[in-house]
Design a protein around this ligand. Structure first.
Ligand SMILES: CC(C)(COP(=O)(O)OP(=O)(O)OC[C@H]1O[C@@H](n2cnc3c(N)ncnc32)[C@H](O)[C@@H]1OP(=O)(O)O)[C@@H](O)C(=O)NCCC(=O)NCCS
Length: 176
């Protein structure tokens, strides 16, 4: 198994098609014409076996505002493992790689939204219930700023000494 970390702008067409194919298998209803849901990520982890892409995780690097404390975060997007390769700790390994990278590069928290919290809880994430503010986009258009608690669970994992606050959370952009 080969694991690589690629900046978004370096992805060649072969890799983009491989990601698109994996998404079609792993996510129902993912837009078939692109490899991002709302916005391009900053970088991706890609896991290959025999030239086949078997796992993927995209990451957004951003500053967010948590009750007036400015936090550097890695936002986790589109984590998936090919069904034939699941239950081999591959997704957990990708999260651990990102955690190590964040700890060595001044990132305060890992953050994600998940409809099923179980897998992330087993990897040390915890659910938080902040009132959130974010830029709503659809079909490549900005529709306005939303202000409410998220329906999909918001989950965090601290990487440094900063404490998460229960108040408001401003994503300073769209939700990943
Ligand atoms: C979720 C996903 C990425 C996990 O990938 P994976 O490589 O199989 O995960 P790992 O092997 O690292 O970890 C699996 C372990 O996590 C834990 N786990 C997984 N789902 C869980 C749940 N719902 N509740 C509790 N624990 C759970 C279990 O301990 C599980 O161990 P098991 O394999 O012995 O059952 C994979 O199932 C997937 O791609 N699903 C489709 C896409 C998706 O839903 N992505 C998440 C978007 S939020």
């Amino acid at each position: 198994m080969k694991l690589e970390r690629k900046e978004e702008f370096t992805l060649d067409q072969y890799t983009q098609i491989a990601i698109q194919k994996l998404f079609a298998i792993c996510f129902s209803g993912y837009p078939s014409d692109r490899i991002y849901f709302k916005q391009l990520p900053c970088f991706r982890y890609l896991c290959w076996e025999n030239n086949e892409l078997i796992a993927h995780m995209a990451v957004d690097h951003r500053v967010i505002n948590n009750e007036n404390q400015h936090l550097r975060i890695f936002g986790i997007v589109d984590l998936c493992v090919h069904p034939a390769q699941q239950h081999k700790r591959i997704a957990s390994k990708l999260l651990k790689e990102l955690e190590n990278l964040g700890q060595s590069s001044g990132v305060d928290f890992l953050l994600l939204t998940a409809s099923d919290a179980g897998f992330y809880k087993s990897n040390g994430f915890r659910a938080v219930h902040n009132s959130c503010k974010w830029l709503l986009t659809a079909d490549h258009q900005s529709l306005g700023v939303i202000d409410r608690v998220l329906e999909d669970g918001l989950m965090i994992k601290p990487l440094a000494s900063k404490k998460w606050k229960d108040g408001t959370l401003d994503f300073l952009g769209n939700i990943f």
